[in-house]
Design a protein. Structure first.
Length: 677
């Protein structure tokens, strides 16, 4: 197609694509750097000014080239902080902004349209909710309207919309069939991780950090159980084991991390033996930018697709091969009665008896005295739990700051804290007593979305400890359970309500007290869950289950016949639409208006047109019509001849004149009939 120049002022399609670009850029405000977003909005402002005629010349190439060099240099400077993925998204938006300023011909327009599709695809990387899908669908329609108009500039907007809607409706069944039957291939490359992760757990925790998560109501994951749900008190969702303590903060052990990376490189995956009853469930995790996954007790991947995508760590964690940059579903089997005693104890002991060289002297002295009184590990653990239960400790979301010797300050002065304070103090005390211990962070509880589905949010974040007790392996202890039993039995909301504190700083959370709004919130959450489970979670396993339901046993012959049938169906539908002769072409509007008027006139006068020219027929029947009706029919016929023989493209004013004349003609003939009656 020959590229033609586009007008500067009053070009509706240039304005549409500029506004679409603005909407897309604003929707990507989170991954975009502020200056890139401002550059995009400046480019849109330039196009709006050109459209309105406020400015009559687009920026020259030299100015835009200098701006491109400056922008590219700035982006390169910050790229190490952004990471590869976000750098590429910023580069794409930056390039489109500069191209938008230089938009002059259809080739530029086509390039912007294609880049707009890529930016729209980037939006799906960062959010995949049903509402975001509907939003991006509307943006896609607007992009198609702009592209349609650029190559058919004289077609009325209403006709463009009608044809575009027709094409979309015709394409939808084909897209649905292809979505169901096409093979679900694995990605050809790994998704690069962003430098900054989404809000959530961290590999380094200072007591008090998890309390800040309790102020967020963001969804972390949904879990759909195939069998009975575990009791509330047993819903400990493990995510991270923090095994290095510097006196203030806990973090993932560098030795553990290095060993894990070597094992992954050598493909030496930990495979624990499992037996007995298991909880079987599917987790749909929200994007976190990290690799850690969520599971209860001793967990193993539940199907072949999950096993191929998940690494089993020897600290009993599940780790995805790729960062969670989008919603992701995986199947898990959890075995609550299998002890965590199958990993190498010497290695675990080495990193879980590590202590800082100094600090917290009161705790050191206190634990030394306890150890003398309770030489047995079990007795010492019970003594620590009794101390937390009976020494006046308080559970709070707003603990005081403890910058110096935080364990001493917590245990012997303030005695108030969140779950991470209790877990940190107990794990440190156990290490001082010579018992390997580590902090585990994850989530506890979850609210019922349906009878078989649990929704876990950021405010369910929790920390507890695991202590190694001989043949029993790693055993869970949660000091929070004796300080605030309501937290474990009923959830964080009940525990905080009992303390009289604010549950969440989200200003809209209080609206959930209203029954109608609570029902709407639950409805939207349920819709989003169904979307995630049946659309986003439609993977190779679900496709295979569907094929088995349709075909029975899956043999190569049956699968081949299925694909051939689908191809034949699509080819048949396309043939019916594109082959000529099977359907009548749609009559133009002016023809329909004239034919409707002709039927009424011939009925009134008894004179059929019989292939006479329109003008001759008008002259023939005018004497037989009332004066007003004859005048309106003549106006209608004249406008018809202008559109039919003298106007290309169709004359909008003549078409409007035909509509008015037809209405007046109908009214005049109706009045004539009533007068005769």
């Amino acid at each position: 197609m020959k590229a033609g120049r586009l007008p500067i002022a009053g070009n509706r399609n240039s304005l549409i694509i500029a506004l679409v670009f603005a909407v897309l850029s604003i929707s990507l405000y989170s991954p975009l750097m502020l200056w890139v977003l401002l550059l995009a909005l400046c480019a849109v402002t330039v196009r709006v000014a050109l459209y309105l005629g406020w400015y009559h010349h687009a920026p020259n190439h030299r100015t835009v080239n200098l701006l491109a060099i400056l922008s590219a240099s700035t982006l390169a400077w910050f790229s190490s902080e952004l990471g590869f993925l976000l750098s590429m998204v910023n580069l794409l938006v930056m390039a489109c902004s500069l191209k938008l300023m230089l938009l002059k011909n259809r080739r530029d327009f086509l390039q912007l349209f294609i880049c707009g599709l890529f930016i729209l695809g980037c939006g799906y990387i960062f959010t995949q909710t049903l509402f975001s899908a509907l939003f991006y669908l509307a943006v896609l329609v607007a992009l198609l309207i702009a592209q349609f108009g650029a190559y058919a500039p004289r077609m009325p907007l209403k006709q463009q919309l009608r044809q575009l809607l027709t094409l979309c409706v015709q394409a939808s069944p084909i897209a649905l069939v292809l979505f169901i039957v096409l093979p679900k291939l694995p990605p050809m490359w790994q998704m690069p991780a962003a430098k900054s992760a989404a809000t959530g757990l961290s590999e380094k925790v200072t007591p008090g950090d998890i309390a800040r998560l309790s102020q967020s109501s963001d969804l972390v994951f949904n879990a759909t159980f195939n069998n009975a749900l575990p009791d509330m008190k047993d819903r400990y969702w493990r995510a991270l084991t923090l095994e290095h303590f510097d006196g203030k903060s806990w973090q993932v052990s560098p030795l553990r991390k290095n060993t894990r990376e070597k094992q992954q490189w050598m493909n030496m995956e930990f495979a624990p033996a499992v037996s007995g009853p298991a909880y079987q469930y599917q987790v749909i995790a929200e994007p976190s930018g990290q690799r850690w996954l969520y599971a209860m007790d001793l967990a193993v991947p539940g199907d072949s697709a999950s096993r191929a995508a998940i690494w089993q760590s020897n600290d009993y964690l599940l780790i995805a091969h790729q960062p969670l940059m989008s919603k992701w579903a995986y199947q898990v089997n959890s075995y609550p009665h299998v002890p965590l005693n199958q990993a190498s104890f010497p290695f675990d002991q080495r990193i879980n008896l590590q202590l800082p060289d100094n600090g917290n002297p009161k705790t050191r002295q206190w634990v030394s005295q306890l150890r003398q009184r309770y030489p047995e590990d079990g007795a010492l653990l019970n003594a620590l739990m009794d101390h937390f239960a009976n020494a006046g400790f308080r559970y709070t979301l707003e603990p005081p700051v403890m910058p110096i010797d935080p364990v001493d300050t917590f245990l012997f002065e303030h005695k108030s804290g969140f779950c991470s304070h209790y877990a940190s103090a107990m794990a440190y005390a156990l290490r001082l007593a010579g018992i390997p211990a580590r902090m585990v962070t994850g989530y506890h509880g979850g609210s019922l979305l349906t009878d078989q589905v649990l929704s876990v949010h950021q405010y369910d974040a929790h920390a507890w400890i695991e202590a190694h007790l001989g043949d029993s392996g790693w055993v869970r202890f949660d000091p929070t359970s004796v300080v605030a039993p309501a937290r474990i039995r009923f959830g964080l909301e009940q525990a905080i309500n009992e303390s009289g504190e604010s549950y969440t700083r989200n200003p809209f959370y209080g609206l959930k007290q209203f029954a109608l709004l609570a029902e709407l919130n639950h409805l939207f959450a349920n819709i989003d869950y169904l979307w995630s489970r049946w659309v986003l979670g439609f993977n190779a396993n679900r496709q295979q289950d569907l094929f088995q339901w349709l075909l029975g046993s899956l043999t190569p012959l049956r699968l081949t016949l299925l694909f051939l049938a689908v191809l034949a169906l699509i080819a048949g539908l396309l043939a019916l639409y594109f082959l000529p002769g099977w359907r009548k072409p749609a009559r133009p509007k002016h023809v329909r208006l004239y034919q409707q008027a002709e039927v009424l006139v011939s009925t009134h006068t008894g004179q059929a047109r019989n292939n006479q020219p329109v003008g001759a027929y008008c002259a023939k029947v005018s004497p037989l019509l009332p004066e007003t009706a004859a005048q309106q029919f003549k106006t209608l016929c004249n406008a018809f001849e202008v559109i039919e023989y003298k106007s290309s493209p169709p004359n909008t004013s003549a078409l409007l004149a035909m509509r008015r004349a037809q209405k007046k003609l109908f009214r005049a003939l109706k009045h004539s009939h009533s007068s005769v009656a």
